[in-house]
Ligand binder design. Sequence first.
Ligand code: FAD
Ligand code: EPU
Length: 338
Amino acid sequence: MKRFDNASLKHLNSFAVEAHARRLFVLESENDFQALQAELKFNPATDLILGGGSNILLTKNIDGAVILNRMTGKRIIEESADTVLLEVSAGENWHDLVLWSLEQGLSGIENLSLIPGCAGAAPMQNIGAYGVELADVLDSVRVLDMTDGNSIDVNHSQCQFGYRHSRFKTVAARYDLITHIRLRLHRNFIPRLTYAGIDKELDSMGIDKPTAKQVSDAVIRIRRRKLPDPSVTGNAGSFFKNPVVSGSRARLLKNEFAKLPVYPMNNDTAKLSAAWLIEQCGWKGQAMGNAAVSDQHALVLINTGKATGREILDLADAIGESIKRRFDIQLQTEPQIL
Ligand code: FAD
Ligand code: EPU
């Protein structure tokens, strides 16, 4: 286990904001769990478990410890003619995992290509994109309970997956360190092309009957056009969740704002496009200090160079207030704000 004192987190968060951690532990092998337990009495109020740092906003230093789980590994634990149950260590890079699975002839996560971060963080908010979410392929999650060092398996239904939500975001899981995820992947490819834009992208690539790899390529092309690259411009992807409202509220809003994108969901609810609401309020491309709304995508806040986490949060608050005033909708942030 590697240990650092007063460690800079600037290169460990995709907003690239400066913040320090009093202590930093890097876990690289199974034995490191015991070493960590011996050195740290984990306190979720002051300590932070970090993956790729692509869904957090640091507005202050971390008084306690940051734990980076960098353990890697993949193994097939069960297979049949149609499916494979794959166990993936939390420190694996998510996008590399997607590409690797495609190389093995396995499909199921191709629509989730190019999402930054680690496999271990994927269940946290049930990562989703282009018509697929982790819950569609997730079998179970292995977690280490930081209070006693015991490992348990959390099955699919215990994960309580929802839109950008899971049990791992709740207080019940605040001592859980995710060590592995298990995914059920397919040998026979079933394309999921319903999300607006994928079909069109494949058309423009001259592809009629795509392979899983070609769907991945199409998703990558769309994402590269739409979203700023965090290795160039600090950002955390969508800064707000798309608001979910009742069906009746969605119909009222649609009557008033005919162009508002509305996506019907289960139980007579509907998801609204937060990007559209933000763009209507004139925020797209606007800066406040060193933070700005991307001119590529209105839902993405960016660090224009020297932003502090506080500046980004101030911009987010100002956006939230104007959406509330104009549409009477309370936006909720997606990244964890510290
Ligand atoms: P981190 O930011 O390191 O952590 C996120 C949260 O998970 C924190 O609360 C952290 O404490 C917790 N955590 C991390 N690892 C563990 C662990 N092992 N055990 C317990 N808790 C842990 N998300 C989507 O859903 N869909 C998208 O399309 C998408 N696109 C994005 C595009 C860009 C350009 C960027 C920058 C982000 C995007 N995201 C998207 C958000 C982000 O990439 C995902 O949420 C990703 O899963 C975060 O992984 P991470 O390893 O960086 O997590
Ligand atoms: N739109 C605007 N202005 C913009 C951008 C988009 O009005 O600047 C409108 C357009 O009408 C567009 C619609 O918003 O059709 C939807 O845009 P997009 O397809 O980009 O999807 P999104 O709802 O903005 C969500 C996820 C993304 C995910 C994409 C693709 C959330 C909060 N965000 O974005 O996830 O990649 O769908 O599935 O659900 C993330 O979570 O970090 C993330 C990037």
